[in-house]
Design a protein around this ligand. Structure first.
Ligand code: ADP
Ligand code: ASP
Ligand code: MG
Length: 594
């Protein structure tokens, strides 16, 4: 019998009428011959209310008690949902995370799922019940209640769909599907009917809150088609599958992470191991770091800056403080007034000039980019929070995302069952060994065909990156990585890489721009090595970047620059270190290779 997992978010179960409406959807699916598992979130803004309540009692409440408190929200919803289904004359049983056997690690408030036992759910389904699972929660080895992080019910739903081999996972929410950007922020955003896992993963982790990014990881890893749709109607929404409808577009979506914080660490030695020592304690606390940038060294010292979610800034500072002090550095700047604007698109990797379009349009709108990082499929710029909305609207319109015409509603493709046995085996192995959410690395590679150029002490004002990359593109140079780091409120360093056979063209342009804008100097390295690890969910797994930093530090290799995305982490090292570097990485990640 086909099996469907239906997840209802907070607004979709906000009151008794909505709970009854959701119950009717589940009953309808049941009547048409499906086994139905529902996953429900806490009602309305209940989780927020509980968080405020906790903060009234204690400004930094213990994480374990937070989980104890927050898990009650979902417990209320599952019970009411089961009662609603009973009132419609159908059999239903509600279960908490612990009752289902959703085992997690012990990182309270951001736990990762280790394993899920399916026996109880399957028996209940076979007995004709609709099973209602509490989203967002699990239990650790010591029977402590854990939660998966805000928005985590999506992850519960897709994880359950994966272990149960469900035909699809429907995410019922308060919008019609996935839009080119948050339609509540930009009403001109367009609905996209078919999005691929990689784009969605990137968008979700960069702020598109419509799906918890870890739910997309599960979808991609275990081949679960996800259907995001409105709980208020019956029209089909957007499906997340392997293929993208917008793959040909350079940019297919934009996202805003409004509450970021920038931390700069000054005067740390520019030697192997520095990056590792700064970030190891942050990774230990499972704080997701993004936009790591580093300045050109001066007198053997460098500045390292990075962003973290604003609500974790204090934890991050506490974490890095001892190692920064030990290295003789200082935490010099903390800017809590910044937001990250990003554009995402699979097509970006195949087109030149995408970055300079973004930079130019932001410069025209007088938006200064404090920091820039790019990856193969995304470009992020850190801007002042008061300019963030304007920046988002500007790039959204520049890439014509307000004019995307989506095709007629797509029928959800039947789940590809040809490799289902394979997937079941992978799930079983992961559950037994490292855990369902553990890392899965697809590839570790070395590209030693590139060169690096850095313009140092560029005036930190709108328009310079745009000018530089405009002229670089006009010279026919295909830029790979772009990193703009933060030196002070007045100056920045801009680093970029390109194929070595385009180096001569690029350096000519760089020298001209340096002169025109009165930069300090142009630094370059003709032979560099780019070491890459690709897989799923790499940025949210704080362990990947840190695993790379550790391995390279142990091999005494200095990291010159880096970039991260959910599907790939790249680091640039000296050309002579490429071969040793790749061997170290292969060794370090040998247990995570798929
Ligand atoms: P739920 O409670 O159903 O999980 P969420 O609030 O978590 O709902 O997610 C739905 C919200 O996600 C929408 O109301 C919308 O404001 C926001 N959102 C952010 N980015 C996007 C996007 N790209 N497409 C659609 N919705 C988005
Ligand atoms: N109730 C939790 C939250 O508000 C989980 C969820 O809704 O997905 O974050
Ligand atoms: Mg949500």
């Amino acid at each position: 019998m086909p099996l469907v997992v239906q997840k209802f978010g907070g607004t979709s179960v906000a009151d008794s009428q909505k709970i009854l409406a959701a119950a009717r959807k589940a009953v309808r699916a049941h009547q048409t011959g499906n086994q139905v598992v529902m996953v429900v979130s806490a009602m309305g803004k209940n989780t927020d209310t509980l968080i405020s309540l906790a903060q009234e009692v204690n400004e930094r409440p213990p994480a374990r008690e937070m989980d104890m408190l927050l898990s009650t929200g979902e417990q209320v919803s599952v019970a009411l949902m089961a009662m609603a289904i009973d009132s419609l004359g159908y059999k239903a049983v509600s279960l908490t995370g612990a009752q289902i056997g959703i085992k997690t690690d012990s990182s309270h408030t951001k736990a990762r799922i280790h394993s899920i036992s399916t026996d109880r759910i399957k028996t209940l389904l076979d007995e004709g019940n609709i099973v209602i699972a509490a989203g967002f929660q699990g239990i650790d080895d010591n029977l402590n209640i854990t939660t998966l992080g805000r928005g985590g019910s999506d992850t519960t739903a897709v994880a359950l769909a994966a272990v149960l081999g469900a035909d699809q996972c429907e995410i019922y929410t308060d919008v019609d599907g996935v839009y080119t950007t948050d339609p509540r922020v930009l009403p001109e955003a367009c609905l996209v009917r078919q999005v691929c896992y990689d784009e969605m993963l990137e968008l979700a982790s960069l702020g598109a809150g419509v799906l918890h990014s870890r739910s997309v990881e599960f979808g991609k890893k275990f081949n679960v088609p996800i259907h995001v749709r409105s709980s208020l109607s019956d029209v089909p929404g957007s499906i997340i599958v392997d293929d993208s409808e917008t793959a040909a577009l350079a940019v297919s979506g934009a996202a805003l992470t409004k509450d970021e914080a920038l931390i700069s660490v000054f005067e740390v030695p520019d030697v192997p191991g520095t990056i590792y020592q700064i970030f190891a304690p942050v990774a230990d606390k499972k704080i997701t770091v993004d936009m790591i940038v580093q300045n050109v060294a001066e007198n053997g010292n460098t500045t390292v800056s990075f962003t973290v979610p604003r609500n974790e800034v204090q934890d991050a500072i506490d974490a890095i403080h001892p190692s920064v002090e030990k290295m003789g550095g200082r935490i010099g700047l903390v800017d809590e007034n910044v937001s990250k604007v990003s554009v995402v698109g699979l097509g970006m990797a195949k087109q030149t000039g995408v970055a300079n379009r973004m930079f130019q349009t932001l410069a025209d709108a007088a938006v200064n980019m404090e920091i820039i990082t790019t990856s193969e499929i995304k470009i992020s710029a850190l801007v002042k929070r008061e300019q963030a909305l304007n920046a988002l609207r500007t790039v959204h319109s520049e890439f014509a995302l307000d004019k995307v015409e989506s095709k007629e509603p797509t029928q959800l493709p039947a789940r590809d069952i040809s490799n289902q046995v394979n997937i079941a085996e992978v799930i079983e192995r992961l559950q037994r060994d490292t855990g369902m959410e553990s890392l899965m690395i697809d590839d570790i590679s070395l590209d030693d065909s590139q060169s690096r150029i850095t313009l140092s002490k560029v005036p930190n004002e709108p328009g310079i990156a745009a000018q530089l990359f405009d002229r670089i593109a006009a010279a026919g140079v295909f830029v790979d990585m772009i990193v703009q780091s933060y030196a002070s409120s007045q100056i920045a360093d801009i680093t970029f890489t390109m194929p070595r056979d385009q180096f001569d063209n690029a350096i000519t342009v760089a020298n001209q721009v340096c002169e025109d804008f009165g930069c300090d100097k142009v630094d370059y390295k003709k032979t560099i090595a780019k070491l890459s690890v690709s897989g799923v969910g790499l940025r949210s797994h704080t362990g990947v970047a840190i695993g790379m930093f550790r391995a390279l530090s142990d091999a005494n290799i200095n990291i010159e620059t880096m970039n991260t995305s959910e599907v790939r982490v790249n680091v640039i090292v000296d050309g002579d270190s490429g071969q040793i570097g790749i061997e170290c990485l292969r060794e370090a990640f040998r247990h995570s290779l798929r």
